[in-house]
Design a protein around this ligand. Structure first.
Ligand code: GLY
Length: 346
């Protein structure tokens, strides 16, 4: 089992990564917890035993279930069961469950401890780590939420083998992102001998991604700066997802967004063609798409990217460059449009 620490002082915690990590639940529950409310979905199908009195609270499937109604419903059911501040919530599932149950834990009794048992690759390398919790409203995704760090995260790589192939692939999109955030060759430091994420077996690769995210989160818990780098590839990805009519999972959209960001950076002379080719190779190496979906419309995507909530001045992107990946505001609309057209957008 690999342990990665998220170093946030008194809010710090361990992330356990490995085969069978879900069986370590009792030892990571905060000391003194007597009861656990296990929140999951029927479709997750990963039983856990917290080793203390517990009750399972099912929530619905799908992104639509990540809403205030579910949070209210969970909190009311917690109350009827008698969950107290000395107890804990255990969220078992992918990002929809950990975001929603994490937010319920953040607001119930003004905050009860939560442990995430991440059962999807996307959850293990991103959603469950770092304390972002929240739900969607019709006006936008994740608009209501709280930073609420978990007491621990269990990333059980055993359960990944039962994921639907496309769900697994979606997690690979977030994993691909880490290749450009410190996961390229040289990952092992001076003694690493040119080792990159692509050279690692699954457990170690997940742990390496968690380590990169933990380091970023520890340096900027509330996203006042560096944490925004975790959105590499996400500006176009969110636009593709918001457009709603492209058949893309989140990680697939991120993969396309990474290649787009590299091509945009190349047009802006921040990186060379070789670096673009490396982005494409990483993305394709995971079997992810590197091209825009057919029918992609530059005008619509530009409008949606302009509304990105991370935008600080004009079109804002996370872009690669000589100093590594950084936030770049005020990117020329013409260059963005040309890059989309060069990738086949109408
Ligand atoms: N998923 C991006 C973040 O946690 O900041």
């Amino acid at each position: 089992m690999i342990t990665v620490k998220v170093d946030l002082g008194e809010r710090g915690y361990d992330v356990l990564v490995g085969h069978g990590a879900r069986h370590r639940l009792l030892e990571v529950l905060p000391v003194g917890v007597k009861r656990a409310a296990v929140v999951t979905q029927e479709s997750v199908g990963v039983p856990v035993d917290p080793g203390v009195e517990h009750q399972t609270f099912l929530m619905d499937d799908g992104e639509e279930a990540k809403c205030m109604e579910t949070v209210e419903d969970l909190c009311r059911r917690f109350a009827r069961w008698g969950l107290t501040r000395r107890d804990a919530v255990v969220a078992v599932g992918g990002g929809v469950v950990t975001d929603t149950a994490g937010f319920a834990a953040a607001v119930y009794h003004r905050g009860v401890p939560v442990v995430h048992v991440a059962t999807t690759l996307l959850g293990q390398v991103d959603a469950a780590i770092g304390g972002k919790t929240g739900v969607n409203v019709p006006e936008g995704k994740n608009l209501i939420g709280a930073f609420w760090q978990p007491a621990a995260v269990l990333c059980d790589t055993e359960v990944l083998s039962t994921l639907p192939p496309r769900e697994y692939l979606s997690g690979c999109g977030e994993m691909a992102k880490y290749h450009f955030l410190g996961g390229g060759s040289g990952l092992g430091g001076s003694s690493g001998g040119g080792v990159g994420l692509e050279d690692l077996p699954l457990d170690e690769r997940v742990a390496a991604c968690v380590r990169i995210k933990a380091d970023v989160v520890a340096s900027d818990e509330r996203e006042s700066g560096r944490r925004a780098l975790l959105n590499y590839g996400h500006t176009l990805a969110h636009a593709l997802e918001t457009a709603g009519h492209y058949d893309l999972r989140h990680g697939e959209a991120v993969a396309i967004g990474l290649v787009f960001a590299a091509r945009l950076a190349c047009r802006m002379e921040r990186v060379d063609e070789e670096r673009v080719a490396y982005h494409e190779a990483v993305v394709r190496g995971y079997g992810l798409p590197a091209e825009l979906p057919s029918g992609a419309e530059a005008q619509l995507l530009m409008a949606l990217m302009g509304r990105d909530k991370k935008a600080v001045a004009g079109l804002t992107f996370v872009l690669d460059g000589l100093r590594g990946v950084e936030v770049v505001a005020g990117v020329s609309e013409a260059v963005v449009r040309d890059t989309l057209h060069a990738m086949g957008a109408a």
